[in-house]
Design a protein around this ligand. Structure first.
Ligand code: ADP
Ligand code: G6P
Length: 478
């Protein structure tokens, strides 16, 4: 643990790894970059199921200054909590996809009970002056459960994904319960101002709350800080990855494969929020409308499988493979296959080399909390010959990466036009745009994100108008 700091206790469903393994997911990447620096305890799910579930013995691995402690879930807990409530109800809803969200009482019950179980287990490991930092939509109730377990120290919460407008969030039968429970946190962090405003508007319109200066919200006699803390990557570390021997080998491999053609890259978990179908259609439109690109560009989409037990994800995979087949069937020649899709994972170094070989990176989610791929692509570029980032207006990263080519991912024409512009962009313009983005990525790092959130949390008492943990428990008896 870094000196002079209180112990940091981070909680998230997925924990680690801290090393350079292929791991798809912005939370694991951002948090491990932050924790490696600061040290502390990282608590969450082991990734396994067992009959004892959340009553199973905790396992701990130590890596440097970080202890990774995990417990199992039972099959029933995993199905109701993770596949059910977290990924069938909350994930689509918070990504504005009311059409895909499903709600049922059983998974609501299991979600609450898993939050309670994780809090009960964690509270046995806590010391009074620990700083507890809970992450993401899996654990909305955990702070209030920790309070019920008697923990009186500081608790912060960070939402890695978007917070949708109140008009959508109120469709969730437990929306009031969730937001009331969130008031147990001392500081609530969001990726963008839009997410923060959506949350504050929910508090005002649905709970009769009031916005206070300094991004604080009062609901009843409880005052919480709700502010924006955009997550970043370990930019200097990532730039070093990009010139490592492993990255170099992968860069060469990709360059060898594409020859004189220009490489377009996309890297996303295979998730409906990432806009992959719309992106493929945009690429098809490029080949239709700008035929000079036929035979001269190559699109590689890396899309590791995610949550494959859920129907929406199975359906997406089928649709993408069909669309890729259609595009290749329509345009391929004996010596050229326009689009390649790969579901394998890479180490971070390997991925950095692949980014560096690509002239254009397509990051076109329909809705995304931040999108770390956009920042990694920028950090990995060769300063003498940087590539062009095409970025959705609906990605959180858009607020910082203002020199990307910004597109509406729903517009096939817009994506095709941006691709054509990126593929023909002169070196001087590429450099100018990349330099602004590089500065943003090196400024808003994982370390900066972590420090600014934790500073705010440590000072939360002074800011929160004296509303202490005791008062929360009294006002919200279990
Ligand atoms: P999300 O959190 O929704 O998955 P992000 O873009 O924020 O989206 O984060 C994705 C992270 O997963 C990035 O750090 C990216 O490098 C990593 N990743 C994506 N695909 C792969 C892959 N095939 N192998 C290894 N890491 C991957
Ligand atoms: C996003 C979420 C994370 C999640 C990750 C991978 O980054 O914000 O909480 O861990 O996706 O999804 P998975 O369901 O595999 O954990």
């Amino acid at each position: 643990m870094a000196e002079g700091h209180r112990r940091l206790v981070a909680v998230s469903n997925r924990v680690g790894p801290l090393n350079d393994e292929g791991k798809a997911g912005g939370l694991a990447v951002g948090l491990s970059d932050a924790l490696k620096r600061r040290g502390g305890l990282w608590f969450g799910w082991s990734g396994n199921t067992s009959s004892k579930g959340t009553f199973s013995e905790a396992a701990t691995e130590i890596e440097g200054d970080v202890a990774l402690t995990t417990i199992d879930m039972s099959e029933e807990e995993l199905s109701g909590f993770y596949y059910g409530y977290a990924n069938r109800s909350l994930w689509p809803l918070l990504h504005y996809r009311l059409d895909l969200a499903e709600f049922d009482r059983q998974s609501d019950r299991i979600y609450r009970s898993v939050n309670q179980r994780f809090a009960a287990r964690l509270s046995q490991m806590l010391e009074d002056d620990d700083l507890v930092w809970i992450h993401d939509y899996h654990f909305f109730y955990m702070g209030s459960e920790l309070r019920q377990c008697g923990f009186r120290g500081k608790i912060g919460f960070f939402l890695h994904i978007p917070f949708c407008p109140p008009e959508i969030f109120t469709a969730l039968p437990a929306s009031h319960d969730i937001v009331r429970a969130m008031l147990a946190y001392d500081v609530i962090g969001f990726q963008t101002d839009t997410d923060r405003r959506n949350f504050a508007n929910f508090c005002v319109r649905e709970l009769g709350g009031e916005k206070l200066p300094g991004h604080r919200i009062r609901v009843g006699d409880r005052v919480v800080v709700a502010d924006t803390f955009p997550i970043g990557i370990d930019a200097p570390g990532y730039a070093r990855f990009a010139v490592s021997p492993e990255a170099g080998e992968h860069e060469e491999m990709v360059r060898g494969m594409v020859g004189d053609r220009l490489q377009i890259i996309g890297v996303d978990r295979m998730d409906y929020s990432k806009g992959l179908v719309e992106r493929f259609r945009g690429f098809e439109r490029l080949l239709e409308e700008y035929p000079e690109n036929r035979g001269n560009v190559q699109f590689l989409q890396v899309a590791p499988l995610s949550r494959s037990e859920l129907d929406a994800y199975v359906e997406l995979r089928r649709e993408l493979e069909e669309l890729a087949g259609h595009i290749n069937g329509r345009f391929a020649t004996l010596e050229w296959t326009p689009l390649q899709i790969m579901t394998r994972g890479f180490t971070r170094r390997a991925l950095a080399g692949i980014y560096r070989a690509a002239r254009v990176c397509l990051v076109t989610p329909l809705r995304d909390g931040m999108n770390l791929v956009a920042k990694e692509y920028v950090a990995a570029q060769d300063p003498d010959d940087p590539g062009v980032l095409i970025l959705s207006r609906f990605a959180g990263a858009r607020s910082e990466l203002t020199e990307a080519l910004v597109v509406n991912p729903y517009s096939t024409d817009d994506v095709a036009r941006a691709l054509q512009r990126a593929l023909t962009m002169p070196l001087e313009e590429r450099k100018r745009r990349w330099e602004q983005m590089r500065e943003a990525v090196f400024h808003g790092t994982a370390a900066h994100w972590c420090d600014s959130f934790l500073d705010r949390l440590e000072n939360a008492d002074n800011e929160a108008d004296g509303s202490a943990a005791e008062a929360f428990v009294e006002a919200h008896p279990s």
